[in-house]
Design a protein around this ligand. Structure first.
Ligand SMILES: Cc1ncc(C[n+]2csc(CCOP(=O)(O)OP(=O)(O)O)c2C)c(N)n1
Ligand SMILES: [Mg+2]
Length: 461
């Protein structure tokens, strides 16, 4: 095999890496794009650098630095303006009226749930909460453009993705109240949900850890597709904030996804803040999108307040991520974090209330889509009131049910670490039981499923 660069022919000396497979005996033939050639030298007549590290670079006599501050900022793709008016009517919106109504109802449901849960935390009825206010268009819009079989890795402000995929209000509430029906058996803080059934990996608070996981998952999906070419393609979709993109994990994950050509969408929600740190203190480059080019990743910046633009960008990103054996795509979705970072934060300590109020009123994904729906005669004030009151009732029913459920069995403080309880764990469980038995007035054991018996049972997981 040989490759021609200008007048020269370059021969690979050896494969630098053998592709990893699940089963080496069925090694699929992997596209050779990952192969690189060493010992490339420059010929005297060459116009381009032939160093192996920058194969397409031309020589220049200009001593000129690249000055990012002087470059045009990357544009932001949008389909409709702040008044909910589609800018180019001749182009396909990619969303039917019925779909737009469904998306709108989901956004309202999420935003009403946020209001209720934030308030409930203030009343001391749950420990913690994070709202998505201002980012409903990014999460619900993007999720609706993925395939349900795609694997999602999220940060924590992506309740909209789960809601769009079909996570029920009961499932949300069971997680928020850490009750015995919570899939995580009450071990995680509220909003750290996950669902095996919906292909959503459980959220981890440790920022950015989900990004390399998504590259790895995308690599596995690529290998699966090689072994089963008749199955429909799947991608990984990874959500993270612009703050998380400052972690080393972000860089490693993008680089490996690029070099291994993994089918993954990296979806950065750039909402202007990492808790109290504004973007002006987070980076000097042009947002997060500008980093995509550095890794050789196709990238787009999109207006996160425009749900149609988000859907179009993600649909196209997904198509491209699966084409020609796979590749990563970076999408930077712009928004403004209208809510406080979490219930543990008071954002008016570091930003003006008037600025927040302005975004709330002037431009956010919900009002934009509502204006569009009203413009088409699909929505009005009466429908809005009816919907809000309906979802409020549904949320409160699920809330009441979940709040009354028992807490997970005490043994689940120990289970699922090892396949079976170890001798050490068993003795710790015995010790816990004896403490609880000795001081019954100090502990309300009955609120835990199975009470003390869960620690007495034949100590099986
Ligand atoms: C490794 C790590 N460092 C710091 C934190 C504390 N922390 C939690 S959220 C957060 C801000 C993240 O901002 P961003 O990624 O922009 O997401 P947003 O909250 O804006 O949605 C920080 C610093 C953490 N959870 N993990
Ligand atoms: Mg942020």
């Amino acid at each position: 095999m040989s490759l021609r660069y200008g007048a020269r022919s370059i021969r690979p000396r050896r494969n630098l890496y053998a592709p990893a497979c699940f089963n080496p005996s069925q090694a699929p033939s992997i596209a050779r794009s990952w192969q690189r050639w060493s010992s490339v030298a420059e010929s005297p007549a060459s116009e381009r650098v032939l160093f192996p590290g920058a194969l397409k670079s031309k020589f220049t006599n200009d001593l000129a630095f690249i000055r990012p501050a002087e470059l045009e900022a990357i544009p932001t793709y949008r389909v409709m303006n702040q008044d909910g008016v589609v800018i180019d009517e001749t182009r396909d919106l990619g969303t039917t009226d019925e779909e737009a109504l469904t998306l709108y109802r989901k956004m309202i449901c999420l935003s009403v749930m946020d209001l209720i849960m934030f308030e409930a935390q203030r009343q001391g009825r749950l420990s913690f909460y994070m709202v998505s206010t201002g980012e409903e268009g990014i999460t619900i819009g993007s999720s609706s453009a993925l395939d349900p079989s795609d694997v999602v890795f999220a940060q924590y402000r992506e309740a909209g993705v789960l809601m769009e995929r079909g996570f029920t209000l009961d499932q949300f509430m069971n997680q928020f109240f850490s009750n015995c029906k919570d899939f995580g058996k009450g071990r995680n803080m509220p909003v750290h949900f996950g669902s095996r059934e919906l292909n959503v990996h459980t959220i981890s608070s440790t920022l950015a850890t989900q990004i390399p996981h998504s590259s790895g998952a995308a690599y596995a999906l690529k290998m699966q597709a090689k072994l089963n070419p008749d199955l429909p393609g799947r991608i990984a979709c990874c959500y993270f904030g612009e703050g998380a993109a400052s972690e080393g994990d972000f860089h490693g994950a993008l680089n490996i996804a690029a070099t291994r050509a993994c089918p993954v969408i990296f979806l950065c929600r750039n909402n202007g803040f990492a808790i109290s740190t504004p973007t002006s203190d987070q980076y000097r480059g042009d947002g997060v999108a500008s980093r995509g080019a550095g890794y050789g990743i196709d990238t787009i910046r999109v207006d996160g307040n425009d749900i149609f633009a988000v859907r179009q960008a993600i649909k196209e990103a997904r198509r491209e991520a699966l084409a020609d054996g796979g590749k990563p795509i970076l999408v930077e979705a712009m928004a403004y974090r209208i809510g406080h970072h979490s219930t543990s934060d008071d954002s008016f300590a570091y930003r003006q209330k008037v600025e927040v109020e302005d975004w709330k009123r002037r431009d956010n994904p919900i009002t934009r889509l509502r204006k569009w729906l009203e413009g088409r005669g699909l929505w009005d004030e009466a429908k809005e009131k009816e919907l809000r009151s309906k979802v409020r009732k549904e949320i409160l029913v699920a809330f009441d049910k979940a709040e009354k459920e028992k807490k997970p069995a005490l043994k689940h403080a120990f289970s699922d670490v090892w396949e079976n309880f170890t001798e050490e764990q068993k003795s710790q469980m015995e010790e816990l039981r004896s403490v609880l038995e000795r001081y019954p007035e100090e502990y309300d054991i009955e609120q835990y499923e199975g009470g003390l018996d869960s620690l007495k049972e034949d100590l099986k997981q």
